[in-house]
Design a protein around this ligand. Structure first.
Ligand code: SF4
Length: 196
């Protein structure tokens, strides 16, 4: 576990707009899908941005008291599937639930569209799948466009628990302050950074 590396765009906690309860959110750096209208194009490039070991990421998550789970966003978590699978397996064994956003469909992931994709899927409790389609932009819980789907893969997260989540939130103060969530749903198109 300690030798695997993750390339992250960012990481914040606690978040309440990226799944049920208080969560740690890790944004993968690197996404080959390049959806038109993506709100996070700065996460597309595969070059190293914030490199950390899986062990360090797990320790960072554990440093927050009272977190319910972890959310993987991006960028594309399934393009770093082995590292995230290892991280999620360790945290899930300690009781965390896992939410993952992916531009790949569930069917693509189940077909191992990228190395170890199915191994990561096995550690996910709620998958939100599908490319962002700008012409299908919608105001739906945890989704930016209406083609994207919610897959409740275990009974750790219930459908009713994602109703009423804040669409966007501010986390932190000063230079470290940032907006997370679904900007389209809250503010209309392209007014701030956020998950497409
Ligand atoms: S919307 Fe998601 S899958 Fe699409 S380019 Fe942006 S980060 Fe990648």
């Amino acid at each position: 576990m300690t030798d695997l590396l993750l390339n992250l765009a960012d990481a914040v906690a606690p978040s309440r707009a990226n799944g049920p309860g208080a969560r740690a959110v890790l944004w993968a750096q690197g996404c080959s899908l390049q959806c038109r209208g993506c709100h996070n194009p700065q996460t597309w490039g595969p070059a190293p941005r914030r490199i950390c070991t899986v062990h360090a990421a797990a320790s960072w998550v554990r440093s927050f008291r009272g977190l319910r789970g972890v959310t993987l966003s991006g960028g594309e978590p399934f393009e770093q599937a082995l590292g995230f699978a290892t991280l999620c397996r360790a945290l899930r064994a300690e009781g965390a639930d896992i939410v993952a956003f992916s531009g790949f469909t569930r069917e693509e992931i189940e077909g191992d569209v990228r190395p170890h994709a199915r191994a990561l899927l096995a550690e996910v409790d709620l998958l939100i799948d599908g490319r962002y389609e700008a012409e299908l932009a919608a105001r739906l819980p945890l989704r930016g466009s209406s083609n994207q789907r919610l897959h409740f893969l275990t009974n750790r997260i219930r459908p009713d628990e994602i109703e009423g989540l804040p669409a966007v939130e501010w986390i932190g103060k000063g230079e470290r302050a940032r907006v997370t969530g679904f900007v389209l749903r809250a503010l209309g198109p392209r007014t701030a950074e956020g998950r497409a």
